[in-house]
Design a protein around this ligand. Structure first.
Ligand code: DC
Length: 228
């Protein structure tokens, strides 16, 4: 069977990375978390005090940024210029700034180039906001993942609790809505469903059930791509 690229897009906290990681493991594909790349750039800017409106500084910083991934026993590790930044990129400070940083066209151009290079060998599952629309418009399978807002709040709250952070639901809901708004209304490659994406609403699906649906779709598409 032919190998394909699988694109998973959707709003914040709807389970994209959970599905992408499991699907990649099932197919023996490489999982790439494109959101981690935007987070790594945001961390780099924060650490160096680079503001979004400082265009020359932003552009020269982008020339100095190289992002890679390492697949370790604890999962995927994001490397920023060779350094493990997995913890830093998941901080609240980065979460608060990443959506605005992801609106900067120069940032998007640089990261899309790196993402396309990572996909050259196919056999990847990449999740994000513009993977099926901009990064890989010819992906063999595109999934647009959705879940109800209340379910997303519940999942995010559980995730934060697992890290020892108790955040009120209202605050989580506000943060999710804010990020969704910025991500889907920015002028450069806003979050939207690709016309040929399959919509998968996982509000009432378990992780195993959504994986089963996605694996079935992937196998069908792999088989179909073999025919051409
Ligand atoms: O998936 P995530 O929450 O880690 O993504 C962090 C931010 O990065 C998110 O608010 C939007 C942005 N992003 C993007 O604009 N395009 C992508 N392909 C992935 C993420």
């Amino acid at each position: 069977m032919s190998e394909i690229i699988i694109a998973i897009d959707g709003y914040s906290s709807c389970g994209k990375s959970t599905l992408a990681r499991a699907l990649a493991a099932e197919l023996n594909y490489r999982y790439i978390d494109s959101g981690a790349m935007y987070r790594a750039v945001t961390l780099f800017f924060l650490e160096r005090g680079i503001r979004m409106d400082q265009k020359p500084e932003v552009e020269s910083a982008l020339d100095q940024i190289h992002i890679d991934f390492q697949h370790g026993p604890d999962g995927l590790i994001t490397l920023l210029n060779g350094e493990n930044v997995e913890e830093g990129i998941r901080s609240m400070a980065v979460a608060a700034k990443v959506s605005p940083v992801a609106t900067i066209p120069e940032v998007r151009r640089a990261l899309v180039r790196q993402q396309q290079a990572l996909g050259r060998a196919r056999q990847i599952v990449m999740d994000g906001r513009d993977i099926g629309t901009v990064v890989f418009p010819h992906a063999g399978l595109k999934i647009f993942l959705t879940a109800s807002l209340e379910e997303r709040v519940r999942r995010r709250s559980l995730q934060l609790l697992a890290k020892g952070m108790s955040v009120p639901d209202d605050e989580i809901r506000k943060n999710l809505l804010e990020r969704d708004y910025i991500d889907s209304t920015r002028s450069d490659s806003p979050l939207m469903k690709a016309p040929d994406a399959v919509v998968l609403d996982n509000t009432n699906l378990t992780e195993e059930e959504q994986l089963l649906v996605a694996v079935t779709l992937a196998l069908m598409r792999k088989r179909r791509s073999n025919l051409y």
